[in-house]
Design a protein around this ligand. Structure first.
Ligand SMILES: NC(=O)c1ccc[n+]([C@@H]2O[C@H](COP(=O)([O-])OP(=O)(O)OC[C@H]3O[C@@H](n4cnc5c(N)ncnc54)[C@H](OP(=O)(O)O)[C@@H]3O)[C@@H](O)[C@H]2O)c1
Length: 248
């Protein structure tokens, strides 16, 4: 088996789910990848696994809370498929509210997933990628793999009601910039995807007038897979994508 191994977190809903669907749709271009899908809700993952398997792809699922087991998806993937070629990290949470009303619990909940788990998960993924040999059919012999972070426009611009979320996303950006100091030498591409408003379950209830002003998850999925497919001599380091009418 020489097909690439892709691990997707937050695969069950929203942007992560759209990424899995896009991968299935473009499986030939991606080299018939083997997939590991993880998020908290098993039924979401099983439905996508069934789609992937119907399309002829090997697919495993791992329901877990990344805040409790941040490195398990990496060890699980390597045990199952022997290597790790691409990671798309879409698991993330948001607690929103007036700056003075956000609580210590909101802070701890957000930082545990968006910062602590993100660091430990990506550290484990990087450790695996940097020690494995590049794939034998790689277009460039030094290309070891790709790590995709879904940060946000909130990683570079503040929004009212988003102080804790923004803090967590700015922290992710700090991690990305630090990891790149190693990654460029180690042949690992890091893609920082910064979407504006995307209509996903993260938003909860939205009013009907907001919907046409938002992007759809498939828009973000499409550009991420495009970025992964370009020749590895080039690295799409940042993708900033907003609704056509700008931020909400
Ligand atoms: N939607 C937007 O407007 C927007 C804009 C910019 C950036 N982003 C970022 O894009 C990423 C995906 O957001 P989304 O809108 O697709 O969110 P979403 O619809 O809420 O989906 C998030 C996915 O992540 C999983 N997840 C969350 N916390 C987890 C944890 N601790 N352990 C394991 N899985 C966890 C969820 O699993 P369960 O459902 O099973 O809990 C779900 O499958 C996030 O990092 C978010 O900050 C979103």
């Amino acid at each position: 088996m020489n097909s690439p191994v892709i691990l997707i977190t937050g695969a069950g809903k929203g942007i992560g789910k759209a990424i899995v669907e896009n991968i299935i749709h473009r499986k030939e271009a991606l080299g018939s990848p083997r997939l590991v899908l993880t998020s908290r809700t098993s039924s979401d993952l099983k439905a996508l696994q069934s789609l992937a398997e119907k399309a002829g792809l090997a697919c495993d699922t791992l329901p877990l809370d990344l805040a409790n087991d941040p490195t398990l998806p990496v060890t699980h993937t390597v045990q199952k498929f022997g290597r790790l070629d691409q990671v798309i990290h879409s698991a993330g949470v948001g607690r929103f509210g007036n700056f003075l009303e956000l609580t210590r619990e909101d802070l701890e909940f957000t930082m545990k997933t968006n910062v602590e788990a993100c660091f430990l998960f990506m550290q484990a993924a990087y450790a695996q990628m940097s020690k494995q040999s590049p794939k034998s059919d790689s277009k460039i012999s030094s290309h070891r793999g790709d790590l995709v972070f879904i940060t946000s426009v909130a990683a570079e611009k503040p929004f009212e009601h988003s102080s804790v979320y923004c803090m967590s996303k700015y922290a992710q950006r700090g991690l990305i910039e630090s990891m790149r100091l190693y990654a460029r030498k180690d042949g690992i591409r890091i893609i920082d995807v910064k979407p504006g408003a995307v209509l996903t379950p993260m938003w909860g209830e939205v009013t009907p007038d907001m919907i046409p002003k938002m992007m759809q998850a498939e828009d973000i999925a499409q550009i991420i897979i495009d970025a992964l497919l370009i020749h590895p001599r080039a690295s799409v380091e940042e993708i900033l994508i907003r609704p056509m009418g700008g931020d909400l």
